[in-house]
Design a protein around this ligand. Structure first.
Ligand code: LMR
Length: 394
């Protein structure tokens, strides 16, 4: 049986971490996988999470099963973070999932059951796992134009032109904020225009939000999502606590469904629970319990929000510093777009060959599609990385 299997293709992001670790060069810089690092190059446990963990150790009395939907307090907290104060708030439900990729798969499976002939439209480019997960759920995938390689910004006109072809059997997958991989986000007027198209053409919006708080702030980053939630009958949302709670390995995410009414929403949640049962039964509890502890305690929430602001501002500072170095030392302003991008990522506009050269000649690891993780930079790397970018760009 196993002889029928061929060798798997390496994951374009996860394989980079392995290659980086094996690289003996002292000057190497890891700008690959989307992990936040502080100025010492570490990804520490956030203070609020650490305190929640201490409480958990002291107060948790059992490791018995939680339930198919996971931690319901966590589920409510995730709903609150994303759609509170919208009309969707009274017709929404959520299940906890193993990370946001787990949520993507659960919602992909839900779409397949509810409307088997669905096409999911994803941005070109998009998070590398979007297409594989949707196809694994048996759904068709189509791309909509998104990124203008000249301006390195969203090409709203082309995006809306493509999305005007999405119809009532379609789902349109959007990035809630901090677009992965480009860093170029849609504007509030784009959110409004897509909402209008959803009304007119009948497609279902599906928002993947994995970086809330890393763009402009916790509330600002969901302004578009909230507008949409307020104005559509149905909407799907996946959320991750990997980045904004630093819970990467704990696989803490949520699949959220907004329905026309509570009955539809309850049915969707029930179906998601059945799907979870046949896939992994129930999600790991640890990370969700920590998030629930933080978000139901005013002091811990305050600490967490402050930490998140420090992280967000560090990203802005690194973007500015990199551009400044390119401007002053290399007289190069063609990368100034980096400052306008949001969150962890930026697409440099380099070819896969240039990205390979960046890695082979300088030990700078970015993704083959040209993506670099700004959060992987340390202040001491700015000069070195700017020099490498400038040399390859000449
Ligand atoms: C990334 O895009 O680097 C992260 O979201 C990690 C992943 O799951 O691919």
């Amino acid at each position: 049986m196993l002889s029928h299997l061929t060798a798997p293709q390496a994951d374009p992001i996860l394989s980079l971490s392995i290659a980086y670790r094996a690289d003996p060069r002292a000057e190497k810089v890891d700008l690959g996988i989307g992990v936040y690092k502080n100025s010492q190059g570490q990804t520490p446990i956030m203070a609020a999470v650490k305190q929640a963990q201490q409480r958990q150790t002291e107060q948790q009395t059992s490791k018995a099963y939680v339930g198919l939907a996971g931690n319901e307090v966590f589920n409510q907290c995730m709903i609150d973070l994303i759609v509170k104060d919208t009309s969707a708030y009274s017709r929404v439900s959520a299940i906890q999932t193993p990370g946001a990729s787990g949520a993507l798969r659960m919602l992909g499976d839900l779409i397949k059951v509810a409307q088997p002939d669905t096409t999911v439209w994803i941005s070109n480019p998009s998070y590398v796992n979007h297409r594989p997960v949707m196809e694994a759920a048996g759904l068709k995938v189509r791309y909509y134009q998104y990124f203008d390689p000249q301006t390195r910004q969203v090409d709203s006109q082309k995006m809306l032109q493509d999305l005007s072809c999405a119809g009532k059997n379609d789902v349109v997958l959007l990035h809630g904020c901090c677009h992965n991989p480009t860093g170029a986000d849609i504007s509030l007027s784009d959110w409004k225009a897509i909402t209008e198209l959803a009304h007119k053409n009948g497609f279902t919006p599906f928002v993947d939000i994995a970086y809330q708080g890393f763009g402009d702030g916790l509330e600002q980053d969901v302004a578009g999502v909230k507008f949409m939630a307020d104005n559509v009958e149905e909407m799907l949302i996946t959320a991750s606590c990997s980045k904004n709670f630093g819970l990467y390995r704990e696989r803490t995410g949520a699949a959220i469904v907004v329905g026309k009414n509570q009955q539809h929403t309850d049915n969707a949640k029930g179906k998601l629970m059945t799907l979870a049962r046949s896939t992994y039964t129930m999600p790991p509890d640890h990370g969700a319990d920590l998030v629930a502890t933080v978000l139901t305690d005013a002091d811990l929430t305050h600490t967490w929000k402050q930490e998140l602001v420090v992280m967000q501002q560090r990203l802005v500072g690194l973007r500015t510093a990199l551009c400044q170095e390119l401007n002053t030392t290399h007289n190069m302003d063609q990368f100034d777009f980096i400052k306008s991008h949001k969150g962890m990522f930026t697409v440099l506009g380099f070819s896969s060959q240039q990205m390979l050269q960046l890695r082979e000649d300088y030990g700078i690891y970015g993704v083959g599609d040209g993506r670099i993780n700004i959060a992987g930079l340390q202040e001491k790397d700015i000069e070195y990385v700017a020099n490498a970018i400038a040399t390859l760009a000449r």
